[in-house]
Structures are given as C-alpha cells and as structure tokens.
Design a protein. Structure first.
Length: 435
C-alpha cells in the first residue's frame, strides 16, 4: 500500500515542520563538521602516539634479555594493540591499495630499522599483524585491532537536550507567529454586525498591529453602514406613512366605486410593505435585545394558546423540559412569522418540539399546504423573494416573512432550514444551540 505524503494543512504545522527540519539539518551539519574535525585531530594525535609508543616498545624489547621480555608484555599492552613473542598467526596478504593508516605509521616508526611483514588475520573481529625480528633473531609480532574513535558517554544526552530545546524554541516561535492570526480568525468568525463590535488589541509587532487596526476599521465601517441604512429606512418609513395616511383619508371621502376599492387595497398593500421593510431592517439589529432565561414549554404554550384564542387551528406537540437563554421577543417574532405563513397557506399549523440534545434543540412548524419546489427552497429565505405558483403577491405576502425569521434566527444564535413533507406541506425547522 503506497502512502502519499501531503503538505500539512495548518500554518502552525507547516512552520513547525520547516523550523524543525531546518534546525535539525543545521545541527546535523554542525555536528558532522565538529565530529570530522575532532576525528582528524584525534587520529593525528593517536597515530603520532602510535609511532612513538611502538618505536619505544620495540627498542625496549630489543635491549632486554630474552628471559625478561615476557614480563614486559603486559606493561607494553595497549587498548588497540599488543605484542606477541612468536611468529604471526596464519593470515592473508593485505591489499596494498587499501592499507589501514596504522600500517603507514608502523612503517614510519620501524621500517628503517627492521624488516616488516604485514598480514590480515580473518576472524569474527578482523585485525592485522606486523612481524619483525629483533637483533638476536627472535620474532616479535605486533597485533593491531583497529577500532572506531569512541564517543563520550555524555554526547547522546547533550544531543537529546539540544533536540528538546529545538522543539521548545520551534513551538514558542510558531505560537508567537500564529497566535495573532488565530486571534484574527476568531474575531472574524465572531463578527456580528448586530452586536456591539469587540475591538482587537492593536499592540504587538508592526504587522500584527496593522492587521488588527485594519480589522477594527472594517468593523466600524460595517457598523456605520448598517446604522446609516437603518436611519435611511426609518426616514423613508416616516416620510411615506404621512402621504399614505393622507391618501387613505382622501379615498375614504371618495364615492364608493370599484376604483376606490382598488385604490384602498393598493394603499393597504403599500403600507404593509413599508412596515415589513422596517421590520426586516430592525431584525438585523435583533441582537440588541437583552437575553434572559425562559421555560421553552411555557413559552410555546403561551404562543399556541394566543392563536387558539383567535380561532386558528394551531397545535403544539412534544415537550422539551428545557430552560434556555435566548431573546424572547426575537424568538416569538420568528415563530409568529412561521406560524402565520403555515396558517395562511394551509389553514392550520403544528408546532413540534424535538428533544434536547448536547448540540441543542429544534422547533418545527409544519403545515399541509402546497409546499415549495425543491430548487427554490433556499431562495425563499432571501428578502422580497416570492414563489410564483402559490406564495405570490396576490396572497398578500411581501417576501419578507421568512427573511425576517432567518435574520432573527441568526441574531439569537440559531439557524433556519426548510424542507418539504411527505404527502405535501412544508416543514420549517428552527435549531437553537444549547446555551
């Protein structure tokens, strides 16, 4: 099974990978250079010591009587080489093109005074031997065991400490670099034009301070734009209400006729449209209402009883037993819009509460009306959108009821979804997060 390596997705993991790989490579190169320099220095010193020690040891053995030489072998024994008072072991000739560097040192130390022969001795631990004859004709064999330069026992601990230090420095650097971006992304996610803007801290490095300042400026511009739009709509509403009222009064004094009825109907429709437009504009600012804790079952009972008192076929199904923290006026306006739509297009509505879960709860408003085509289910949540085949202007709709409900649902931290029911009708689901 082939595994494909992918570039990390998050900025923190990418920076961590780059820093760690770069630091590890730099540390490896530095360690390699230092180790090579130490190896060359130690090799030169060891070879120098080898030449001096071997020449001195052979001179001692050559001057000692044959009977005293065995007693000196232990004194002349070294870690990587020693002396034997016998012929060399059976071996194979050494490759002249690949001689150990110790061979050259031994030749430099003894080659001008003694005739040397070298052979490689096979075995579990390969080594070589150099044989010579002393002045009295007795053989001496120099047995050499090449070995790697030993590492200090504290070196692995030091390397591990450096690795831990690199990880700590990388984590700190990445945290410092990514934290402002994380803070900015969280601020963008929480950006709510309906709520009071929360300014980002503009302290820190120049780039971070500049980004925070730009974000705060953007918040201020959005808030100013929404305030200006609200003031504009309020002014238009105020200015339109007076001529509409005046025109309605004049129409009342006119003689009864078909044209008068049409005019009064149009004026009522204009007035309703203006009021709905203002309600939609105010729904954007639904977050200005203070939150409070309510008993959801009692709240829905009150809403449904109000409809039943006016003779409308509205029923409630299900109990949640939930105490929620929400904005009650905004929640009531949402449900009133949904129930009014259901009653308008089907003559009856059912309010159904789903059980509370860790993610929240849902309130469904169901009807058996004509429903909405699947391809425009998401479009009807847009302001002034009307479905031509059923929910059109002739029914008195302005296309703002669901848009207002959608805006208010977002303002209280919920969401609105529409779906068609089996057997006909519409189901509008209001999901509330658990708070």
């Amino acid at each position: 099974m082939n595994r494909v390596l992918h570039w990390p997705r998050t900025l923190a993991s990418r920076l961590s990978l780059i820093f760690l790989v770069g630091l590890i490579l730099a540390q490896a190169l530095s360690f390699g250079a230092q180790y090579y320099e130490r190896y060359e220095s130690a090799k030169s010193m060891m070879l120098g010591n080898l030449e001096t020690d071997v020449s001195t040891s052979i001179a001692i053995l050559d001057r000692l009587p044959a009977a005293e030489r065995p007693g000196w072998l232990e004194r002349l024994q070294r870690t990587n080489y020693g002396y034997l008072l016998k012929e060399r072991d059976p071996g194979v000739p050494m490759d002249r093109d690949n001689l150990p560097i110790a061979v050259h040192s031994i030749k430099d130390a003894l080659g001008h005074d003694y005739e040397l022969t070298f052979e490689e001795i096979p075995g579990p631990r390969q080594h070589f031997q150099a044989q010579l004859q002393l002045s009295d004709g007795n053989p001496v064999t120099l047995d050499v065991w090449p070995a790697m330069m030993p590492l200090s026992p504290w070196l692995p601990i030091a390397l591990f400490g450096q690795f831990v230090l690199m990880i700590g420095c990388t984590w700190l650097a990445v945290r410092i670099a990514v934290r402002p971006l994380t803070r900015l992304s969280e601020a963008v996610e929480k950006l709510d034009p309906n709520a009071h803007p929360v300014r980002l801290d503009e302290s820190g490095p120049t780039e971070v301070a500049h980004a925070a300042k730009a974000f705060n400026t953007m918040q201020e511009r959005i808030a100013a734009y929404l305030k200006e739009r609200m003031q504009l709509l309020a002014a238009i509403s105020h200015d339109l209400q007076t001529p509409i009222t005046r025109m309605k009064l004049r129409a009342e004094f006119a003689d009864d006729s078909i044209e008068k009825d049409k005019l009064v109907h149009d004026l009522n429709e204009i007035e309703h449209l203006v009021r709905e437009g203002i309600a939609y504009a105010r729904s954007i600012h639904g977050a200005t209402e203070a939150s409070c804790r309510i008993n959801l079952d009692s709240f829905l009972d009150s809403l449904v009883f109000d409809y039943q008192d006016t003779g409308k076929a509205v029923t409630l199904a299900g109990k949640s037993g939930a105490i929620i923290d929400t904005r009650p006026h905004a929640l009531r306006r949402i449900l009133v819009n949904l129930v009014d739509n259901a009653v308008k297009f089907s003559g009856a509505a059912e309010v159904r509460v789903e059980g509370q879960s860790p993610a929240g709860l849902s309130i469904k408003v169901l009807d058996r009306g004509p429903g909405i085509s699947e391809d425009v289910l998401h479009e009807v949540l847009k302001p002034f959108y009307r479905v031509e085949n059923s929910r059109n202007r002739s029914t008195g709709g302005t296309g703002l009821g669901l848009a207002i409900a959608q805006q208010l649902a977002e303002a209280i931290g919920g969401s609105l979804t529409l779906s068609n029911r089996e057997g006909g009708g519409l189901c509008v689901t209001l999901r509330l997060t658990a708070r």
